[in-house]
Design a protein. Structure first.
Length: 625
């Protein structure tokens, strides 16, 4: 048995033999048997009846066996074994973890503030682009008339600063989106935290708890009945969430807050003591249902109190003249206006018309971001970096055009900043971020889960995150990104960071035979040649990825039997059918080992049926009922 092969139970029908008995009983009963459920035989007795009346009796009506369901997580098997499982009457799927569409994802704005998008909005932007208005028809392009359209914005989304958690330090850092995808309709549960926050996710989505990463079902020790209703969940589960740990988090403690309020302190004064923001104090006062103290001096003074006469124009003649002079600096007319520099000629008019024509491709080049202030959106202009009056030879040079917003364009020209802006120009995308001030850092802190409830079937989504930390913040809770294939383990082999046999499966050395009975020897020397071939495939894969190839294109170069993880769902009848075919003595070695690992949980699940099968059919290559 390969040391890495793994099979674990994800879920299973709670009383499978009783379920089969009920289906048998109902098939031959005129009455509605659910009314007799209190008189159903026990699980053990039901198994005996199923074997005696259905299997051993060879009744031929085996539909009842198809009702109970077991779901197994199979790991580290070769890809060829997974392909064989697809040919049987079982359901095989790749494990996915997802969030509901209205889940908010946290990004950090350039100004330091927060920006949030729902994950369904992100998927729509990623897949369809953002809404925009085309004011004129673009020359030389067909099918692009004026009006509203969707323009691609993936480049911008990839540059947005996604909040991720450095799991080594516990502090939040900046990450970036690699992909956004739709995971389809799935059962969704809502976790409500003690502070009122909620997160809606599937039961297999991984959440960061105080004890590490766990699926939602594992973290909650979730017990679910057949109707997908929550029966019970753990009451001592804490999820890691947003928060600033300052002053040992005193402002979150109800007793401490009450003491400060009883002493007469205001929210502003408490914030100064705790070293946090006023908003944080107000939030936790609200959570604990406490009452803030009003300012001791009553309503705070208005900002303009004491500035009498600030709006009156009782100025001296000298002050009025000074105002006129200052105004002239920003209101230039005639030859002083930038529109008159060099004179108005037909050539200047032609340059203006050409600039307006090429402006859309300039804005696309700069990702619709003003190259002076860094803001995005609004009315954008194509600006000549070197002014036409100063460098007429660059009037039609596309590389001399940059994107600026309307306000910045006005400031550049009205304040004679053309040459200064050109001299100091650095594209926004190349600017180095200013170092953040040292001090209090945003850290994750635990919050107890107060309630879990089933919401029903919903469309779900997930992100793929670049970087060292594959997580993000959803509704204020730290969650893991998808298990989506990235090929990083292939690259790791090429770089020497992973052992080849952790990623690829090769049979052990030994004597084998093919389907026709021809024998051959798989020697150590041949096996080493195959390992070298796997390594060469990984290096070629990395080379193609570095050249910009997509993962699905590049992975065609690697050996077929890369180790694969998948989820297998089967009912009792289809499981027996698969065991008949793949656990017989001449079946593929790896398929036999998979069946051997699946047998133990199956035997514990339906013991009476398994005992009958072991005696009558196991490894005898008989087709199951």
């Amino acid at each position: 048995m390969d040391r890495l092969f793994t099979v674990e139970v994800i879920s299973q029908t709670a009383t499978p033999q009783q379920t089969i008995y009920a289906a048998m009983h109902q098939d031959y009963a005129e009455a509605f048997v659910w009314a007799e459920r209190d008189r159903f035989p026990t699980e053990e007795k039901s198994g005996e009846i199923v074997v005696k009346q259905l299997l051993a009796g060879n009744r031929g009506h085996y539909g009842p066996l198809e009702h109970p369901q077991i779901t197994l997580n199979c790991g580290f098997f070769p890809h060829s074994t997974m392909q064989q499982m697809r040919t049987h009457r079982v359901g095989v799927s790749f494990d996915v973890q997802c969030l509901a569409g209205e889940t908010e994802i946290t990004f950090v704005h350039a100004s330091g503030g927060l920006r949030k998008y729902t994950i369904s909005q992100l998927y729509d932007l990623w897949s369809n682009g953002e809404s925009a208005i085309r004011e004129r028809k673009i020359r030389g392009r067909q099918g692009e008339p004026p009006g509203e359209y969707r323009r691609d914005c993936r480049t911008r989304l990839k540059k947005m600063k996604l909040r991720v958690l450095n799991e080594a330090t516990g502090c939040f850092e900046i990450g970036h989106i690699k992909d956004v995808f739709d995971q389809g309709i799935q059962p969704v549960y809502r976790l409500t935290l003690e502070d009122g926050r909620t997160v809606d996710c599937t039961e297999n989505h991984r959440l960061l708890t105080q004890t590490g990463w766990q699926t939602m079902k594992e973290a909650m020790t979730l017990m679910i009945d057949g109707d997908q209703k929550v029966v019970s969940h753990r009451q001592d589960c804490y999820l890691m969430t947003n928060g600033v740990i300052v002053g040992e988090g005193l402002y979150r403690d109800k007793v401490w807050l009450q003491t400060q309020l009883d002493s007469g302190l205001t929210a502003q004064q408490i914030a100064q003591v705790a070293g946090c923001s006023i908003e944080a104090v107000k939030k936790w006062v609200y959570i604990h249902k406490l009452k803030l103290n009003k300012c001791k001096t009553g309503t705070p003074n208005p900002w303009n109190k004491g500035l009498k006469g600030a709006y009156h124009f009782n100025l001296t003649p000298e002050q009025k003249q000074a105002r006129r002079e200052r105004t002239k600096q920003f209101t230039r007319r005639g030859a002083n206006s930038n529109f008159w520099k060099g004179g108005v000629t037909e050539e200047r008019v032609a340059v203006g018309a050409w600039t307006r024509t090429v402006a859309p491709q300039i804005h696309e080049k700069f990702d619709y971001i003003c190259q002076r202030c860094g803001d995005r959106g609004g009315l954008l202009h194509a600006h000549h970096l070197l002014p036409v009056y100063a460098a007429p030879e660059k009037a039609y040079d596309l590389d001399n055009l940059v994107t600026v917003c309307e306000d910045c364009h006005r400031i550049i020209h009205n304040q004679n900043l053309e040459l200064e802006f050109a001299q100091n120009f650095v594209p926004i995308t190349q600017m180095v971020e200013k170092p953040k001030p040292q001090g209090a850092k945003l850290k994750a802190h635990p919050m107890r889960v107060a309630q879990v409830r089933y919401l029903g079937l919903q469309r779900t989504f997930d992100l793929e995150v670049e970087g060292d930390w594959h997580n993000f913040v959803a509704n204020g809770v730290v969650v893991h990104n998808s298990f989506r294939y990235t090929g990083q383990r292939i690259v790791d082999v090429a770089l020497g960071k992973r052992d080849i046999e952790e990623v690829f499966y090769l049979r052990p050395v030994g004597a084998y035979s093919d389907r026709q009975g021809k024998r051959y020897e798989y020697t150590e020397a041949i096996r080493q040649e195959d390992l070298a071939w796997c390594l060469e495939g990984c290096k070629r894969y990395k080379e193609r990825i570095d050249q910009g190839f997509s993962e699905e294109h590049a992975r065609g170069l690697i050996p077929f039997d890369v180790r694969q993880h998948w989820v297998l769902s089967a009912n009792v009848r289809s499981m027996l059918h698969m065991l008949d075919l793949r656990w017989k003595l001449d079946a593929q070695l790896e398929a036999q080992q998979l069946c051997e690992l699946m047998w133990e949980p199956f035997k514990a699940w339906v013991p009476a049926i398994a005992e009958w099968y072991e005696v009558n059919r196991l490894k005898k290559a008989k087709l199951s009922p």
